[in-house]
Write a protein that binds this ligand. Sequence first.
Ligand code: F6R
Length: 261
Amino acid sequence: MEIIILPTPDEVGRVAASLIASVVRAKPDAVLGLATGSSPLGIYRSLAERVRAGELDLTGVSGFALDEYVGIPLEHPESYASVIARDVTGPLGLDPARVHVPDGRAADLEAATQRYDDDIAAAGGVDIQILGIGANGHIGFNEPTSSFASRTRIKTLAPETRRANARFFDDPDDVPTHCLTQGLGTILDARRVVLVAQGPDKARAVAAAVEGPLSALCPGSALQLHRHATIVVDEAAAAELTLADYYRYTYAHKPAWQRFE
Ligand code: F6R
């Protein structure tokens, strides 16, 4: 696991975007795993700037969203289908036909989740999965006690996750109670993973994911099993890391041939 600690949230977005850009330059038809929420917005902004400046071409990539609310109308501004279209597909110039979001409105949700995993496999698997982390340690919507082997499936959102996401809805009661989410096993199948976190509210979850025991109580700790995970955090989100100085030292001495920017 590589842990990169940066001074500001903007730097977090820029450096994580550089990593993603390096993956796409090496493989123009790369498959991106797309997170929603606030954490990856800086990444999407930075990628969009590079596209606008003509430095990066993302027209060949495909995307698979991590999750979707169950039962939310497709056209609802906070459905993840809408969020991905607004924040990702449009600004990054992706081909909408190649951007996928789990179908939270399917009559047969179990079949929809199976189809989603099949579609990821048919696309050749995810080359780089973008992740945020919940204050309770969830990645995707794999809430505490999710199986490390889980695949895309329906989950009940933890009450604290519904409270955290209430900021996107007019009424807290409007936050759906269920979601479809890629499983921890699905996420671990990605060839690379980049998790971003900013702000003090994420410090405990970041420390538990990176340095805590492998534990179902912190689903993010599953990333310790991944061979190529990069964690990019600002100083506030790094505040509870025991080995923060070591991570800073390691990044400062990273060999040129390993750098992606
Ligand atoms: C979003 C997702 C979640 C969020 C997490 C953090 O697709 O799967 O795991 O990454 O809830 O949310 P923010 O970034 O809004 O703090």
